[in-house]
Ligand binder design. Structure first.
Ligand SMILES: C[S@@+](CC[C@H](N)C(=O)[O-])C[C@H]1O[C@@H](n2cnc3c(N)ncnc32)[C@H](O)[C@@H]1O
Length: 253
């Protein structure tokens, strides 16, 4: 399954034959994305426009959950995993691409006030995040929810975050965005801190679909982290969970 090339014509043909009901929604998405690519600048501008369009329809679907139950389950999976890996209420957590707080609301509830920092390129999904915060009555936890233009973290303090977390963000990112993140994440981590990110893994050729979904080989991302002086580890225990993406943990080397 991990060797499949979703960008290939043969794959698309086979997929269409197996799922004829999805052809019209794919065609609509293709047309919308083509228009957005032509009318926006770089990848971040393009993806911000995708999120604006998707969030206007349904914020939970915009972050990739087909139903509210899946939204709850995917958030809980991320939360349980980090608690199992030692996240404490006193820790400071930076969530990159926090979306509408699918996992974030649980972290906010668990951490001490002010210890959660969520950033996202999409102001629209951050508006939806404010609704979620209100729905769960978490205003008193004073989380930071901040729109960003890039992943340089230049407005954040050095050595501050025990945990940096990015779920289903690099699966929507070209390699230059991942490179930017890995080149700047080290300084904001505490000396013993770690950065966990998920990615869509392929064992075949790396490829992308509609500039929305990007598939990488593990070695590409671990080598990139090493080039920035970081140690990268493939998280085997994450593979046991019911989730299609894989996870890498990055630490100071
Ligand atoms: C699939 S959603 C996942 C949201 C959240 N991590 C979760 O698990 O619910 C991806 C999120 O990442 C954001 N995003 C995509 N590229 C980003 C980037 N380069 N920097 C920050 N956020 C980004 C999107 O706007 C979107 O909210």
């Amino acid at each position: 399954m991990h060797s499949r090339n979703r960008a290939s014509f043969l794959h698309k043909l086979g997929y269409a034959a197996r799922h004829p009901g999805r052809i019209s929604s794919y065609t609509r998405r293709w047309a919308r994305d083509t228009w957005l690519r032509m009318t926006t600048g770089d990848h971040v501008g393009y993806y911000r426009a995708v999120m604006r369009s998707d969030s206007a329809r349904n914020p939970e679907q915009a972050v990739g959950s087909a139903s509210h139950d899946r939204w709850l389950a995917l958030g809980k999976m991320q939360y349980d995993y980090l608690l199992g890996h030692g996240l404490l209420p006193s820790h400071r957590l930076l969530e990159i691409g926090c979306g509408n707080l699918r996992a974030g609301w649980r972290f906010i509830d668990y951490l001490e006030p002010g210890h959660y920092y969520g950033i996202d390129i999409s102001p629209d999904i951050l508006f939806a995040a404010q609704n979620v915060l209100q729905r769960y009555g978490l205003q008193h936890k004073l989380p930071h929810l901040t729109p960003v233009r890039n992943l340089s973290f230049s407005f954040l303090p050095k050595g501050h975050f025990d945990v940096v977390h990015a779920h289903s963000v690099f699966s929507h990112s070209p390699i230059e965005v991942i490179d930017e993140c890995l080149s700047h994440v080290g300084p904001v981590l505490t000396p013993g801190g770690f950065f966990d990110f998920t990615f869509d893994r392929t064992t075949g050729p790396e490829h992308q679909v509609l500039r929305e979904d990007f598939y990488y080989r593990t070695e590409t991302l671990t080598a990139l982290a090493r080039r920035h002086g970081l140690r990268a580890r493939f998280m085997r225990d994450w593979e046991k969970l019911p989730h299609k993406q894989s996870k890498i943990r990055v630490t100071h080397s």
